[in-house]
Design a protein around this ligand. Structure first.
Ligand code: TYD
Length: 219
């Protein structure tokens, strides 16, 4: 991955990631870093088309999982790996933890099968490595905006027309949140869990603190 830095942002719908992603991009640029801002599902013309389907068309959980991983494959190959090879700071609005949280915990698709797809799609096999021994691309840091689903639902009720996921009931987001917790438990060092039930200014301070304490941004 050379000198590139890969940070992903996660949370249930309504957790309020967007403004902080933009602010963090500004903070890195102010220190002379080149920033690539991207999102999932999406980030390439093909993946953006798949995003429209995933967010709007009814489909079973396996189809959803396969489409988000197809989108991810194109995104990893054509945007993420080249940006990291250039040494960019790559800020990605959602990545694979969202698939485990939404398709896995939320919609009940098999967790182990998702892990196999993750290894396939993000595996970068060295010479002679099999899928099982290949290095699996992961963000260096994942910032999880953790917000009680009830609070998120109140925030979303005043927002724009909801998409397929945003219109899910509270119980769905409780499951999604538990999926994020399970992913964090399996890889604690990669995660910074931010209490998103605070003012935007307080949340921003916590985001900045999380990135600085990992030594990724100088205070
Ligand atoms: P989101 O990132 O919240 O974008 P916006 O702010 O424009 O609504 O929307 C993406 C939605 O896609 C969100 O509801 C989560 C869902 N999603 C999945 O279900 N699986 C995935 O793997 C990813 C990346 C997202």
């Amino acid at each position: 991955m050379s000198s590139g830095l890969f940070i992903s942002f996660e949370g249930i719908d309504g957790a309020g990631k967007s403004t902080h992603i933009d602010s963090l991009a500004q903070a890195f640029r102010a220190q002379g870093r080149v920033v690539t801002l991207t999102r999932e599902p999406g980030g390439t013309p093909l993946a953006e088309r798949l995003r429209q389907m995933v967010l709007n068309d009814p489909m079973d959980a396996m189809t959803e999982a396969l489409l988000v991983f197809a989108a991810r494959r194109d995104h990893v190959q054509t945007v993420i790996l080249p940006a990291l090879a250039r040494g960019d700071v790559l800020l990605c609005d959602r990545f694979t933890d969202a698939t485990f949280a939404y398709q896995g915990a939320g919609r009940g698709f098999d967790w182990e099968t998702l892990a196999v797809l993750e290894a396939w799609v993000q595996g970068r096999a060295a010479d002679g490595a099999t899928a099982a021994t290949a290095v699996v691309l992961q963000p260096h840091l994942t910032i999880w905006f953790d917000l009680p689903p009830q609070v998120a639902a109140e925030r979303l009720s005043t927002a724009r027309v909801p998409d397929k996921f945003e219109s899910q009931p509270l119980a769905f987001f409780e499951k999604v949140a538990s999926g994020y917790a399970r992913r964090m438990d399996a890889d604690v060092g990669r995660f910074a869990r931010i209490n998103a039930d605070q003012t935007p200014a307080q949340v921003w301070q916590d985001v900045l603190q999380a990135v600085q304490s990992k030594g990724l941004l100088t205070p």
